[in-house]
Ligand binder design. Sequence first.
Ligand code: ATP
Ligand code: MG
Length: 466
Amino acid sequence: MITKFIKRILRRDPMVKHTQANNTGVPKRIPKKAHRIDPHLLSKNAVKVTHTLQQAGFEAFIVGGAVRDLALGISPKDFDVATNATPDQVQRLFRKARLIGRRFQIVHVTFFGKGHPEIIEVSTFRALLDNAGDHVAESGRILRDNVWGSQGEDAARRDFTINAMYYDPSSETVLDYHGGMADMQKKTLRMIGDPAKRYREDPVRMLRAVRFAAKTGFALDGATRAPIAKLGKLLNDVPSARLFDEILKLLMSGYSWAAIQGLKDAGLHHGLLPLLDHILDTGADSKGANDFVKLALANTDDRIQSGKSVSAGFLFATLLWPDLLKNWKANSSKGMANIPALHDAMDDTIATQSSGMTIQRRFESDMREIWSMQPRFERRVGRYPYRLIESPRFRAGYDFMLLRCATGELNPAIGQWWTDFIATDVTGQDELMASVKNESGNSPSPAKRRRRRKPKAAVPPESAAS
Ligand code: ATP
Ligand code: MG
């Protein structure tokens, strides 16, 4: 006992604060036959990490969403490990390990195999707020908390009971501190501790509640749901980058349409994305916009559920498109030429969005590219189509254009023409170009047209959704 204690003291880094392990309850030990986690769904690398840590004398478990998903029989998309080793101690045990984060210092252990590299996120058990001397804002929001604690404390700081289970791959046992497994059977999403207090500490937990409810199909426990109506406004204090990350997770969950409905039901959509206010609040008159966004989200959910990638830029481009179309139309009716009207509308749409939640720059430029490509799909003359298919983001612009065709905003024959154009060879492409000439009479070459025509006020797509 004493040697064990001395060993533990020696292992500690002098710079790291630990709190005394206080009494945060005894976990329920759930054996394999009760939790039925299929070891085949485990990441070999995550098991390597827990094994290496355990060999070095530390405690280590797979934790959080991965255990939840495993218990649901779903293959987790990523694996987190929790340990009593400090980040420095973890880093020393692995070749490719990087310390990241300030608010939560964690270690990313990277494994390179076939396909994509896998990152296992390793975090040290964290202390409870009251012991940790955290910095807390007036509203109760946590600002900094890098203080290590016991596993029981770590469990108590997690959000939902089903997210606070620890799985040890060596013994195939689950440690359950807050009745997560029972809630799982009841299909209930329950916040650990006093829900109102937990939302004040971190308002993003309200968005997480909606996301997990959509993903698992579980119902929010009454006491977990009740404070959201009053506390939803606290999301206004959350830094925009954090909000963006969480909304992105929600949209990329594979259940985005259900999650957006969940946001509406909880009254949380206001101010996050103006288009959500627009779509979810105005019913029938925005039907066109609604159809477009619904289709885009269903498309995204399908792709994610079948393991395909989705670009965030593309997704936000679709979500803001109805707003952009409205602005584009308004500019055109003021007499602006087509392309300047579009670019001006893009600026407006992005500015309005940024007043709620700023979309990161790298996604913004993808969105602009996808949008500004749209009128070019209608210019099927001269060298234009040949140049368009060479743009680096052509595929995204094309997929976006097909969505517009699917909702009838753009003539589906145009979408089909492009589908044929990219599938055929040079001769076939020339024939398709000729067919457009025949469609529209003898269409002039762009060079001739430039000479003949005066700049004219342009017309955004005829049947633009309003
Ligand atoms: P996903 O499948 O989307 O990754 P997840 O549950 O793993 O879901 P993460 O954001 O990866 O979600 O977080 C990992 C774990 O960290 C959670 O399961 C939860 O235990 C804990 N956690 C994350 N964010 C919070 C938070 N804001 N408050 C409390 N605990 C949190
Ligand atoms: Mg996760």
